[in-house]
Design a protein around this ligand. Structure first.
Ligand code: HEC
Ligand code: HEC
Length: 246
């Protein structure tokens, strides 16, 4: 009996020290291999200069933003999310005279082939899990997501969602809503539902500057019921298999 208790005690201690060290590993990796580019402390840029000097997305509120499963997957196989990079002004031309009549597009145009494939730190599965755990603990903006819940009774079809995004609110002037279709100012949004927590999307789309005071996403005054529809649509859209058709 005593032996058995001791055995259990040892197992418990081992298990807790193992998880503590995975946690430490994640934090150590962040400090050693990520902090050079990513802000892990905050606050977000408060001046235009700081905004354009930012070379990588802020990660200090990662726990309020990302879906853990996506982090683990992406960190092992990073691919571009912002089609014109983080400093999109360096890569796009959005002045009206350059909105080419040739292809009839009304949104941003890339300055030629300026973008190379994303080169990014790549982690092993163990490292990615440890880093994801450490990132998910960074939650300084619980206040901004408090009480935000996706109402799935407000779900809409892909067609209805596209009309909202394309026509009603014009989100595609800045965001790609499928590979190669849409603007180059923000992140691609056809994968947003896989990457981001619904509560974050609800909050960010309503007031982007609560998260990032100088960011070039305007408050487009989405009506509350449309906000729910848009986020339901983004979740649905992210389940499409774009590789199949492109
Ligand atoms: C040399 C600079 C650099 C380093 C070092 C770096 N990253 Fe990144 N990271 C970037 C850039 C640039 C992007 C934006 C890619 C895009 O949007 O296409 C990015 C994107 C990300 C994203 C997605 C963020 C978002 O908001 O979409 C995560 C998560 C991330 N990096 C984690 C890490 C981790 C963890 C490490 C360390 C193991 C790391 N990065 C090291 C430059 C860097
Ligand atoms: C004037 C350009 C512009 C318009 C219009 C715009 N956005 Fe954005 N959006 C941005 C920028 C810039 C970011 C920040 C991207 C980043 O983190 O680097 C952003 C970020 C986002 C994000 C979170 C960032 C991420 O990682 O994916 C979501 C979701 C989003 N926008 C959805 C929308 C929706 C929905 C609309 C329409 C209702 C919209 N946006 C309209 C420019 C725009």
């Amino acid at each position: 009996m005593i032996k058995r208790l001791l055995f259990l005690l040892v197992i418990t201690l081992l298990a807790s020290s193992a998880s503590a060290s995975a946690d430490e590993d994640g934090k150590a990796i962040l400090q050693q291999r990520c902090v050079e580019c990513h802000d892990l402390k905050g606050p977000a840029p408060t001046t235009i200069r700081e905004l354009w000097e930012r070379d990588a997305p802020d990660l200090f509120y990662a726990g309020n933003k990302f879906r853990r499963e996506w982090l683990v997957e992406w960190l092992q196989k990073p691919v571009r999310i912002r089609p014109a990079g983080v400093n999109y002004l360096r890569a796009i031309n959005s002045t009206p005279q350059h909105q080419t009549k040739k292809n009839g597009r009304q949104y941003d145009v890339l300055w030629g082939a300026v973008l190379k494939p994303l080169r990014h730190e790549t982690l092993t599965s163990d490292e990615a899990n440890a880093v994801a755990d450490a990132l998910m603990q960074l939650k300084p903006h619980d206040d901004l997501v408090a009480g935000r819940v996706l109402d799935t009774s407000m779900s809409i079809t892909l067609d209805q969602g596209e009309i909202l995004i394309d026509k009603v609110y014009g989100c595609q002037s800045c965001h790609q809503i499928e590979p190669g279709y849409g603007g180059y100012t923000g992140a691609e949004i056809y994968t947003a539902g896989r990457r981001l927590q619904p509560a974050f999307m609800l909050s960010y789309i309503e007031r982007p500057r609560n998260w990032d005071p100088k960011i070039w996403m305007p408050n487009v005054h989405v009506k509350p019921e449309d906000l729910q529809k848009i986020v339901n649509y983004l979740v649905l859209l992210s389940k499409e298999d774009f590789n199949a058709s492109h």
